[in-house]
Design a binder for this molecule. Structure first.
Ligand SMILES: [Zn+2]
Length: 686
């Protein structure tokens, strides 16, 4: 059903991790077996790599978002859903890992990746994986096993880049050539450029790639401008260096994990068969490999250095990654590497050894998941909760009955019931429609609830002095207590002072004792509705305005599917076209209306050079209902357009919705109503 970096027939959808040649074997300009999902950068690089490739096959996906894809089960012909999330692989520009969730379980395909644990990208990836997996485990981890052998251990790329600069600086009179691939190691070259304050020569095709990556300012194709040249790895050889040195003193630098590590490991057997190497280079073939033990730069030849600058994870990093995820099964994705052994061989101590794994989901993460405190560093969203110390009470988002309304509340943990037996509610007047994008957090010394539009819909609303140290703790008596850290014994706010419908024994005593005030109890209107407002999501082809309550409006050219439901504020049926579009005659019969929205609903990205091209693509596609061209990205929607929230500040994005011309106000003005024969376009949008 799904292929990753495999391009033979038989899959419904294809994923590309990155554009290195060993991941695109079988891809060609004429390849057209199905949609290809990849990063925005990878999509941008497709044309130079595969000129003539049908770019409409590309589907750009963004990092850290779940995408839901419909597939057909080959065995039964039934539809099945697969979810996918992309995570930065920290390899070459645009490289992604893919996390899949479907009937097959949970799979993570790393592609080539570097897990530099100290890097921001790896930290971000870690957070995304934790949030995406929650308490679930990965069933199968497909991992970059290029260096899955304990003998491979490299410094970070930052350190290695400095080593390269040091070498260059120690040869101030020499020309320098650096062997690189057609993609990757840009950060190294940029670092050299920055430190030496010079441009770096690259060959013309490589400059085109730099242009597409927006990095061209630091590069040139004029040899006279610089003494540092980045050359294709295939042209980097002892012969080349000797030839160059017969003309000018020249030093060659090869940034790679492999030759360096091989030497360190020693090499007596088949692993020395360099011709089988994934990262084969001519220099490798000429290297006199010796058994040395050093963590530093290596001089292989009078003119050649190798530096352990690697875009792949080394063994300690792979180990760290596997311990962090603790997958049930693990498979290597690189079978042609000289270092290839089944990764389970070296990782056998971890896989299946649950005690090791449990420790690897560090105590820190465990605390993060189970703590009883909301602080400046920790907020709640989605199904995250905090739990009182002895597991009596839980604070989090809960759903009221069968509605789509979510509330933040406290419930008994030990009384298992569905819905939970809620004892206190924060936002009982204004529910939120989307708990994943809503957030309960500390803002300026208060605990506040932000809805998906980041509007504050509830707050503890107190004045605190030490706003930075304010925390909210759920106690074992069910009391949510806000303290400001300076005097943690004295609450600045507590939920016992704001009871809702349930009598908590401790509440009244504590309350009366201190405040001598009568406690007011309010009860819920019904099991499903902690307050009088009933606000479901807006349905298809309508927009929402979330003010004090949710209001939905049909788009121009659309009418409620159910008038009666609509009149009773039940907007869930959404809206339908007043006039169906006539396929094949779109140009005369339809045009676009413009809507400014807070964010773009989930969509399909297609390649288009301009807003005009995006417009035309949608116009010419009968099933296209809307398009948007934002940040140079063309998105099309076929099927229903859901979850449109109007942005009154016009700061957001714009969606253009296809509407029958005769339903457009300008048409009516010109033609009166009812509508006569249709011709021409009347709304100039683009
Ligand atoms: Zn690669």
């Amino acid at each position: 059903m799904i292929s990753v970096d495999q391009w033979s027939s038989g899959s419904q959808i294809y994923f590309l991790t990155h554009l290195h040649a060993d991941h695109t074997v079988g891809l060609s300009p004429r390849w057209n077996k199905g949609p290809v999902y990849c990063s925005r950068i990878t999509a941008r690089l497709f044309h130079p790599k595969f000129p003539g490739f049908d770019l409409s096959l590309l589907r750009v996906i963004e990092i850290g978002r779940w995408y839901s894809l419909s597939l057909v089960l080959p065995s039964t012909g039934m539809e099945t859903k697969v979810q996918v999330m992309a995570i930065d692989a920290n390899h070459c520009p645009g490289a992604f890992m893919y996390l899949f969730r479907g009937e097959f379980g949970i799979m993570l395909y790393t592609g080539d990746f570097r897990w530099e644990v100290t890097s921001e990208i790896a930290q971000m990836g870690k957070t995304m994986l934790l949030n995406a997996l929650k308490n679930d485990k990965i069933d199968t981890l497909y991992i970059d096993n290029t260096y899955c052998n304990p003998s491979y251990s490299f410094p970070s790329r930052e350190v290695a880049a400095q080593q390269v600069v040091n070498i260059i600086n120690s040869y101030p009179e020499h020309d320098i050539i650096i062997g690189i691939d057609s993609l990757g190691k840009e950060d190294l070259l940029l670092y050299i450029s920055k430190m030496l304050k010079i441009k770096i020569w690259v060959w013309p095709e490589r400059l085109q790639i730099m242009h597409l990556l927006g990095l061209h300012a630091n590069f040139t194709t004029k040899t006279t401008l610089t003494r540092v040249r980045a050359v294709p790895r295939y042209s980097f050889s002892v012969e080349t260096l000797e030839g160059l040195n017969s003309m000018r003193p020249t030093i060659g630098i090869l940034p790679s994990g492999l030759p360096w590590a091989l030497k360190k490991a020693g090499c007596k057997d088949k692993s020395c068969d360099l011709s089988s190497m994934k990262t084969e280079t001519n220099i490798d073939l000429h290297m006199n490999i010796r058994n040395r033990y050093t963590n530093n730069i290596e001089k292989h030849h009078q003119y050649i250095y190798t530096v352990p600058y690697s875009d792949h994870s080394c063994f300690p990093e792979i180990l760290e990654f596997v311990k962090f995820l603790c997958p049930s099964n693990i498979k290597g994705i690189v079978s042609s590497s000289s270092s290839y052994v089944d990764p389970r061989y070296h990782l056998r101590n971890i896989i299946g050894a649950s005690s090791l794994c449990q420790k690897s989901v560090t105590e820190e993460e465990r605390e993060r998941v189970e703590a009883d405190t909301i602080s400046a560093n920790r907020s709640l969203a989605g199904d995250q909760t905090i739990t009182s110390k002895h597991d009596n009470f839980v604070l989090g988002f809960f759903k009221a009955g069968n509605t789509s309304n979510y509330y933040v509340g406290i419930w008994y943990k030990k009384v298992a019931s569905n819905p939970p037996s809620v004892v206190w509610v924060a936002n009982r007047e204004i529910p939120v429609s989307d708990r994943v994008n809503s957030e309960l957090k500390i803002v300026d010394g208060n605990l506040v609830l932000l809805n998906k539009f980041k509007l504050q819909i509830w707050s503890t609303n107190v004045t605190t002095t030490n706003t930075n140290s304010v925390i909210a703790v759920i106690h074992d008596d069910g009391n949510l207590v806000l303290t400001d850290g300076s005097n943690s014994a004295e609450p600045v706010w507590q939920s016992f002072d704001h009871p809702v419908n349930t009598w908590l024994p401790g509440a009244k005593l504590a309350y009366d004792y201190r405040r001598k005030k009568k406690q007011l109890l309010t009860s819920w209107k019904s099991e499903e509705n902690p307050d009088v407002l009933f606000s479901p999501l807006c349905g298809a082809f309508s927009t929402s305005r979330e003010t004090q309550m949710l209001i939905c409006d049909c788009l121009t050219g659309f009418k409620p599917r159910s008038e009666s439901g609509w009149n009773q504020s039940d907007f869930s049926g959404g809206c339908v076209r007043k006039t169906e579009l006539q396929c094949g005659r779109n140009e005369e019969n339809s045009n676009f209306i413009m809507i400014n929205v807070t964010y773009l609903p989930s969509n399909n990205f297609v390649a288009a050079e301009s807003a005009g091209e995006c417009h035309t693509t949608c116009m010419n596609n009968c099933s296209c209902n809307a398009y948007s061209f934002a940040y140079n990205e063309c998105s099309l929607w076929d099927g229903e357009l859901l979850d449109l929230s109007v942005d009154n500040d016009f700061n957001g994005k714009t969606v253009y919705v296809k509407v029958a011309s005769k339903d457009l106000p300008t048409y009516r003005k010109k033609h009166g109503f009812p509508v006569g024969p249709v011709s021409g376009s009347f709304v100039e949008i683009c």
